[in-house]
Ligand binder design. Structure first.
Ligand code: SF4
Length: 534
């Protein structure tokens, strides 16, 4: 039976995040090992929830955690869903189902903002193009007037101080590997393949330090301890603002017993900012995701990734690792202007730089990017190829060298870089380079540990049991069952001897590695399907 709201304008809203297809971000088996259902919560949807009228009844289903039930459908009279480009099919299926069930359907998020017409054609009543903080008022008016078949467009980029604390209370935080926060939107760079600039602009907009801390405090009060992903596309887009956030974060972390460890995304020029690097490690940021793309300067120039050329990239990456930041590197195979053998150079670069976690992607033309526009004009877009098929070796563009050559190199890189023994050797070399933790360095200098207002926060028992299970699984898989178990034990003993404060990171690397081994197995299947198996 459909629930009835008391005021005719009140609504019972089902917020939905569709399931992600298989990708670097949605590994089922590693998640099972970690005792989680998925990695990151749907932060955009949680922010939208906080902007909706307080008298509306909300329920959130993240289909990466659980499926929608009959009770969920019965509860709602309106569905609001978000989608990224890779979730297009799942979102379209949900729109159709919701419409068949007689619900009002509103769609927003990055994909709706990029290609609103596609979501409208899928049957949505209202598609929102723009950011929720400013688009909410016109959306509510349109709903009040009962309008359907429309695009609510708000091109004004909102001040981030308007952004509310996300409604994390609508999810079970235990289902997720990380909690996510966003401190800024926009990026000052303009890489040709990236849609961030068209979505959020080139002038980064920041939340205030007070907002940032209030969000962390909310997560702390909800019981979260452990990993927090700062999901800004470029955390150092405006260095003054980043510094202000870090200067607020450091004392807050100390006042709460350092309950979180952070992962962020940043451009490689971070290696030119020793003060920021120092503040970041002091604030417990341990991992940085960096778009390295390729070591080939010609391709970087053609794709306008100038920040990776202006400075000696290898030197910068080396500086970051030696100063305590682990790098998750993202690479692209098939960039314009690429010469044959580019992937060999890419693999050698990853090995030389000891980048343990390297993500390999095929060049993809995303809607609303300068690359897409250019290739469209040149008649080089393949409309039949879905973006989700790209990782399986199907390019959605006609590249400037033979596609078979590029795709074969892409599969080669995955096979080569994720070979377990090679990946473990890289992890070990990385740990020998990574400087000890700040606490270990201070101890070595004979300094007394810095007093903290409260003792270091231990994770709740549930988390400690999960972590212990993960460590035991890693011991079993890598130290007993694996062919390379000798290497595992030798490396473990040497890390313990030579850089003991980084022993924990050895296990973190091996936890990440499970995902990459899984991807390598999957890629072998895709290669077969693509007819490239020899
Ligand atoms: S630096 Fe990163 S976020 Fe910024 S435009 Fe380039 S790819 Fe996009």
């Amino acid at each position: 039976m459909t629930a009835t709201a008391s005021d005719p304008r009140d609504k019972n809203v089902l917020l939905i995040c569709p399931e992600f297809p298989y990708s670097y971000w949605s590994f089922k088996e590693p998640f099972r090992l970690l005792g989680i259902k998925t990695m990151n919560p749907p932060l955009g949807l949680l922010t939208v929830a906080a902007l909706l009228p307080p008298n509306w009844n909300l329920r959130l289903v993240d289909e990466n955690v659980r499926k929608i039930t009959q009770a969920d459908w019965d509860f709602c009279d309106m569905v609001m869903l978000t989608a990224m480009v890779v979730q297009e099919d799942e979102a379209a299926a949900l729109i159709r189902e919701a419409k068949q069930r007689g619900k009002t359907v509103v769609v927003g998020g990055p994909h709706a903002s990029s290609v609103p017409k596609v979501m409208l054609d899928a049957g949505a009543d209202i598609v929102v193009k723009g950011e929720a903080e400013t688009a909410m008022a016109p959306l509510l008016k349109a709903l009040d007037r009962g309008e359907t078949g429309i695009i609510v467009e708000e091109t004004h980029k909102p001040d981030m101080s308007l952004s509310p604390i996300p409604r994390w209370d609508l999810i079970d935080i235990w289902d997720y590997g990380n909690m996510s926060v966003q401190t800024s939107r926009g990026c000052p760079f303009d890489c040709e393949f990236c849609d961030i600039v068209s979505l959020f602009g080139r002038k980064p907009r920041y939340k205030t330090p007070e907002q940032f801390i209030a969000e962390l405090e909310t997560l702390y009060q909800l019981g979260h301890r452990g990993s927090v992903f700062i999901c800004d596309d470029n955390f150092i887009g405006n260095k003054q603002n980043t510094k202000a956030l870090l200067e607020a974060l450091i004392p807050w972390m100390e006042s709460r017993g350092k309950p979180f460890g952070f992962i962020c995304q940043a451009s490689v020029n971070l290696g030119q900012e020793p003060e920021l690097v120092d503040l970041m490690t002091e604030a417990c940021i341990g991992d940085v995701f960096i778009g390295i793309e390729t070591p080939d300067e010609d391709s970087l120039r053609l794709t306008n990734k100038i920040q990776n050329i202006r400075i000696p990239m290898a030197e910068n990456l080396d500086y970051l690792i030696r100063n305590g930041l682990s790098i998750l590197g993202s690479f692209i195979v098939g960039l314009e202007g690429e010469k044959p053998g580019a992937t060999q150079r890419l693999c050698s670069f990853v090995e030389e730089m000891d980048i343990t976690i390297a993500m390999i992607n095929l060049l993809t033309a995303l809607p609303n990017t300068r690359l897409y526009e250019r290739l469209n004009k040149e008649g080089r877009l393949k409309s039949v190829t879905k973006i989700t098929d790209t990782q399986m070796g199907h390019m959605n563009l006609i590249p400037d060298r033979p596609e078979e050559e590029i795709v074969a190199e892409y599969f080669y890189a995955i096979d080569y870089l994720y070979e377990p023994s090679r990946l473990m050797a890289r992890a070990y070399r990385n740990l020998m380079k990574l400087r000890p933790t700040r606490a270990a360095l201070a101890k070595a200098r004979g300094e007394e540990p810095k007093p903290m207002p409260v003792p270091r926060a231990l994770p709740p028992l549930k988390r400690q049991i999960k972590d212990m299970k993960l460590v035991l699984t890693i011991f079993w898989r890598h130290g007993i069952a694996a062919k390379y178990r000798g290497q595992f034990w030798r490396q473990l003993i040497n890390v313990r001897r030579k850089n003991p404060s980084r022993l924990r990171r050895y296990f973190i690397f091996l936890g990440y590695a499970e995902s990459l081994y899984d991807f390598r197995r999957q890629a072998k299947q895709w290669k077969k399907l693509r007819g490239l198996e020899t």
